[in-house]
Design a protein around this ligand. Structure first.
Ligand SMILES: NC(=O)C1=CN([C@@H]2O[C@H](COP(=O)(O)OP(=O)(O)OC[C@H]3O[C@@H](n4cnc5c(N)ncnc54)[C@H](OP(=O)(O)O)[C@@H]3O)[C@@H](O)[C@H]2O)C=CC1
Ligand SMILES: C[C@H]1O[C@H](OP(=O)(O)OP(=O)(O)OC[C@H]2O[C@@H](n3cnc4c(=O)[nH]c(N)nc43)[C@H](O)[C@@H]2O)[C@@H](O)[C@@H](O)C1=O
Length: 321
């Protein structure tokens, strides 16, 4: 069994790679290519790769990813690159005879004013959050690509929708990252430099759910491993994606207090309300996956503490993109 893992140097791809090795997969059976070696937006290059390597299965964890500022500032990059990556990887996998594929979407596929917690069947029931609509449209297209190939060609292409993720290997760019790595870095630097004030974007009132990347990697392989009868019994051919989260959320203000405590910051937290809040709340209904037998294990405080330790050990080499 040879698996092509797209995005193996990313936060999630890296965690999936570690987990595949931990459960005994030989390194040589995990096909990987860096972004520089294989640009997944290049149809010809992806076709040549799939035709020559002909993997047995594909895990698509490569994407153009970023936080609220990056999504809002580079919408063309987010829709174009993600659509191209999905079309190329999914179609060329199909053309190369790959019958099993798992792709990662995002909780931002759901309408911004949807009832909470968000169930899988809330997809396409309303207007999307404008700060990440282009990315969300691409992620919805990814789900529909998988479903369409399954319906027309009988493939077994599955989709998992992660909530907001964090952990070792995250992107710690000061502006383009997600909120948790941004906070870890900002509070850490304030403590290091003796700065008594830390600025948090928005009002602090939005609520988010955070899942540790190691739990996400475990959930991804759990879904990939499900036998087809179990997967089909719990999903629908035109509503096949599965939410992955913890089922609990916190406000951004509560999160800031937690990160301040973990990093040892005792100064003042102030809110820059000129920055966007984004969606008011994004909490996943995780009952579909729970019914299949998987639950998250890492508590938020424990997960952030571990990530902060990792950040301190890698402060000079962390990703900033
Ligand atoms: N992080 C989060 O909070 C969430 C993530 N997700 C989803 O999970 C998946 C993984 O995200 P995550 O690990 O956080 O993201 P990362 O940015 O950490 O990793 C993405 C990886 O994809 C690679 N990549 C991007 N574009 C290309 C390309 N054109 N060709 C080849 N490789 C490319 C990147 O390489 P390089 O860095 O060299 O460009 C990187 O290694 C994505 O589908 C994302 O949408 C969903 C919800 C939340
Ligand atoms: C995973 C998910 O990620 C993005 O959506 P998001 O949930 O809004 O993610 P975020 O982590 O960027 O922000 C969460 C909240 O936190 C607040 N916030 C405070 N201070 C900082 C800060 O310093 N940086 C950031 N980024 N946010 C901050 C911020 O204002 C917002 O209210 C999309 O890319 C979307 O497409 C997607 O899939």
């Amino acid at each position: 069994m040879r698996v092509y893992l797209a995005g193996h140097r990313g936060m999630v791809g890296g965690a999936i790679h570690r987990r595949l090795i931990a459960r005994g997969m030989a390194e040589g059976d995990i096909l990987v290519r860096t972004h520089a070696e294989l640009d997944l937006t290049d149809q010809g290059a992806v076709r040549a790769f799939m035709q020559s390597e002909r993997p047995d299965a594909v895990i698509l964890a490569a994407a153009k990813v970023g936080g609220i500022h990056a999504n809002n500032t580079y919408p063309a990059d987010f829709i174009y690159e993600n659509l191209m990556i999905e079309c190329n990887v999914i179609h060329q996998a199909y053309d190369a005879g790959v019958t099993r594929l798992l792709q990662l979407g995002s909780s931002c596929i759901y309408p911004r004013a949807v009832p909470q917690p968000m169930r899988e069947d809330a997809l396409l029931t309303g207007v999307l959050e404008p700060t990440n609509e282009p990315y969300a449209v691409a992620k919805i297209a990814g789900i529909k690509l998988c479903e369409s190939y399954n319906r027309q060609h009988g493939t077994d292409y599955r989709s998992v929708m992660p909530t907001n993720l964090y952990g070792p290997g995250d992107n710690f760019h000061p502006e383009n990252s997600h909120v948790l790595p941004a906070m870890i870095r900002r509070f850490h630097e304030a403590v290091r430099d003796g700065v008594r004030e830390v600025v948090i974007w928005g009002t602090g009132t939005p609520r988010r759910e955070f899942l540790h990347v190691d739990d996400m990697a475990e959930a991804s392989l759990f879904v990939m491993d499900l036998d087809r009868a179990s997967y089909d019994a719990n999903t629908d051919p035109m509503l096949s994606h599965i939410n992955v989260g913890t089922g609990t959320d916190v406000s951004i203000a509560e999160l800031a207090q937690m990160v301040a405590g973990i990093t040892g910051f005792t100064g003042q937290i102030v809110y820059d309300t000129t920055k966007p809040d984004g969606t008011a709340r994004k909490l996943m209904d995780v009952s579909r996956l729970a019914d299949m037998g998987w639950r998250a294990r890492t508590g938020l405080h424990e997960g952030i503490s571990g990530t902060y330790e990792w950040f301190q050990r890698h402060a000079d080499t962390v990703r900033e993109k």
